[in-house]
Write a protein that binds this ligand. Structure first.
Ligand code: C5P
Length: 300
């Protein structure tokens, strides 16, 4: 019988897409993609305990904590799948900005599944958790394991990277910087479609050969590509301008997911974190979200 006072606290990591290649829309409305995704040391913290009913508190007063929140959707789904009648009480220390392309909500939902399962005596297998995550959102399954992975399909087909590639990525230092506005993922995909131009998509073969180059020992900066960058940049040129400036300075950088957060690789950069920070603040103002973090290995 689980201890009802027991509280589980888990790191709920942010993610970046080191490569995101969108190939085109499918019949079900989703888009097929190939992506190399990595979890970060930076993230939220989720505390969970058993309770009579489901509830969610969040340190960010702007975040909706009603039934639409993916954490509470994860709780309802978990209870159904595990055949439980009890509820869960969640406390979310929110640090990951919303609408950033950092997978905050998806990561919270997957972390909630892991925590609820642990509190309930591991009633669901890892495969069942992974399957539940698929139902919650395209990016959610990645966070069940959280290791750097290759994603395909609509994002729900997750494959571990070869061990030596994972090892190479773990600990990679990077900067995250986000302008003072959010981008909705659904909007970004819709905007991509509305451009009605075949060159907004990238053929699978192009993504495959870029990945092959990296797996064969190519530089990480040559992997960085995201075809949301141009699409989102058409509406939000502030993103394009900063990324162009940084690239001129010799800084490998990219939009993460559908944005609006961007990242820069530190160890491969010709500029220091301070110089990059100065450039970002000069363009976007002093109140900008700007932090240093690293790619993490396994989920803790
Ligand atoms: O799967 P998820 O609910 O996180 O996706 C949010 C929205 O992003 C979807 O409703 C869909 O409009 C779009 N999407 C897509 N193709 C993907 C992933 C997401 O069109 N591969």
């Amino acid at each position: 019988m689980p201890d009802i006072e027991e509280v589980i606290r888990l790191h709920s990591p942010a993610k970046i897409n080191l490569m995101l290649s969108v190939h085109g829309q499918r019949e079900d409305g989703y888009h097929d993609l190939t992506s190399l995704m990595a979890g970060l040391d930076f993230g939220d913290e989720l505390a969970v305990r058993l309770s009579d009913v489901d509830s969610l508190e969040c340190t960010d007063p702007d975040l909706p904590t009603g039934p639409d929140n993916l954490v509470l959707q994860a709780a309802a789904l978990f209870r159904r799948r595990a055949g439980l009648s009890s509820g869960f009480s969640f406390c979310l220390n929110k640090r990951i900005p919303v609408g950033a392309g950092l997978g905050g909500g998806s990561g919270n939902a997957a972390t909630a599944l892991l925590a609820m399962n642990r509190l309930s005596g591991d009633v669901l297998s890892m495969d069942e958790l992974f399957d539940s995550a698929k139902e919650l959102g395209s990016d959610c399954p990645f966070f069940i394991d959280g290791k750097p992975s290759l994603l395909r399909g609509r994002g729900e087909i997750v494959k571990s990277l070869p061990a030596e590639i994972s090892k190479q990525l773990e600990g990679q230092r990077l900067l995250l910087f986000k302008p003072n506005f959010a981008v909705s993922t659904a909007w970004a995909y819709g905007h991509m479609r509305s451009l009605r131009s075949s060159d907004v998509y990238e053929p699978e073969t192009v993504a495959a050969s870029r990945l092959e180059g990296f797996f064969d020992g190519g530089a990480l900066e040559d992997l960085l590509a995201n075809n949301f960058e141009r699409v989102v940049g058409l509406k939000f040129p502030a993103i394009t301008l900063i990324l162009e400036d940084l690239r001129r300075m010799g800084v490998p950088c990219l939009l993460s997911g559908s944005g609006s957060c961007c990242f820069a690789l530190l160890d491969q950069s010709a500029a220091s974190a301070e110089e990059i920070g100065a450039c970002v603040r000069d363009a976007w103002g002093n109140a900008v979200f700007f932090i240093e973090t690293s790619i993490c290995g396994t989920k803790t």
